[in-house]
Design a protein around this ligand. Structure first.
Ligand code: NAD
Length: 393
């Protein structure tokens, strides 16, 4: 009897699970349905560029309908409301429900606000194309407004969190704001651009020479770093810091951390701090007919105490492993263990600078080589899915 594979999420993990499953299972063997809240597959690793208009929306929002065309994969646009793993049923907020033979959960992560008062209500986030578009419009509006009112809060921009998301965004803002100011008749020297980081340093875990490079490169372009000081509250136009100081601003972009998807955390499958625990085959440890890809899962390298980081390159590889394992699951064949290949970590520092470490030796890169590698890794992903899906955009 034909099986039904239901895939929740059309991001890196979900899309690659679907395409890989279809490579291994014919349409007679399995019906595949992908559920996604947006009609697009979003290249979220490039959202910082969209947030300043340094990339067009169509480069980061690829229509799923086109990507899946000719693959015998059903697409359902909707938001997952509940997953009932014991009943093998998923309900969407539009009221539709789906039963499955096997489920792939690839719903990504959510912004963590850590209960900081006012933060969720008064900050911007950078998790989707919609978020990036909102930031771009808002920053333009602020500079426009400042040109008329000289309200300092309009010319002050704060990025909360100095991880890779925060640093990539602040680099783009540093490159974009001077031009925007010129076009609106505003002196860029009147603009303040902060990156606030609670830890003693930005980019914790990076080699000191790369942190130094990022700090110097961004400071030269006007970024003010406040490190070792946490954001403790956000009111409408006031960011409060742990040292008692405040910053008046109409723009706080919060990039202070991510957490497991709450629908997954509360659905009854086994979780560890909100992310699904999985076997080496990426099967839920409590429900073998549920596979989990990307940030929705927590995966520990053999013998390690710290899990793999929640990154796109991992999500993509998890999807491909799951695609094969669905075939193995239905056919009683041995499954593949998840053995990721790390190409490295690369972070942009704006349009012309980047840092990274690549390869087994963690070779450190700075400047143009790192920028080129970062661009190449994006192209590599796009050409991979292009090959798989005959991309037409
Ligand atoms: P993160 O958790 O890596 O960084 C968040 C930062 O915010 C931390 O440095 C933390 O100390 C800081 N912070 C937390 N609370 C704070 C507070 N109250 N005030 C000020 N600062 C506070 O989150 P991220 O940057 O979104 O990254 C999430 C994951 O995605 C990571 O694994 C990262 O490596 C990955 N990522 C990778 C890339 C890339 O490869 N280019 C880009 C973006 C994200």
């Amino acid at each position: 009897m034909s099986k039904h594979i239901l895939i929740l999420g059309g991001g890196y993990g979900g899309l690659l699970s679907a395409l890989s499953a279809r490579e291994h299972l014919s349409a007679e063997e399995a019906t595949i349905t992908v559920v996604n809240r947006f009609p697009t597959h979003q290249i979220i690793t490039e959202l910082h560029r969209l947030a300043v208009g340094n990339l067009s929306e169509k480069a980061v929002a690829l229509p799923l309908e086109k990507l899946l065309r000719g693959k015998d994969i059903n697409l359902e646009i909707g938001t997952v409301e509940t997953i009932s793993p014991d009943e093998k049923r998923v309900v969407l907020s539009n009221g539709k429900s789906f039963d499955y033979s096997a489920l792939v959960v690839a719903l990504g992560s959510e912004t963590a606000f850590f209960g900081i008062p006012g933060l969720q209500e008064h900050s911007f986030t950078l998790k989707s194309v919609n978020d990036a578009n909102k930031i771009r419009q808002h920053v333009e509006d602020c500079i426009e407004s400042y040109s008329k009112t000289k309200n300092k809060a309009d010319a002050t921009f704060v990025v909360g969190g100095g991880g890779l998301t925060g640093i990539e965004l602040v680099g783009e803002l540093a490159d974009m704001l001077p031009g925007l100011c010129r076009s609106k008749g505003v002196d860029f020297n009147e603009v303040e651009l902060y990156c606030v980081e609670a830890a003693p340093s930005i980019l914790m875990g990076f080699a000191p020479e790369l942190i130094e490079r990022a700090t110097t490169s961004l400071s030269k372009r006007g970024v003010k770093f406040l490190t070792g000081v946490a954001i403790t509250e956000m009111q409408e136009s006031t960011v409060s810091l742990k040292d008692g100081s405040t910053i008046e601003t109409n723009t706080l972009v919060w990039t202070g951390g991510v957490q497991g998807n709450s629908v997954v955390a509360n659905c009854g499958i086994e979780v560890n701090r909100g992310r699904a625990t999985v076997s080496e085959f990426l099967q839920s440890t409590s429900h073998p007919d549920v596979f989990v890809a990307g940030d929705s899962a927590v995966v520990f390298p053999a013998g390690a105490e710290r899990p793999f980081p929640p990154t796109a390159q991992l999500a993509w590889q998890m999807g491909e492993t799951i695609g094969y394992n669905l075939f193995a699951h239905f056919n009683g064949a041995p499954m593949d263990s998840f053995t990721p290949v790390f190409s490295g970590t690369l972070g942009s520092l704006g349009r012309k600078d980047a840092i990274g470490s690549i390869g087994a030796n963690q070779t450190r890169l700075k400047g143009l080589p790192a920028s080129l590698m970062k661009e190449a890794s994006n192209i590599r992903y796009l050409s991979h899915i292009k090959g798989l899906f005959a991309l037409a955009y």
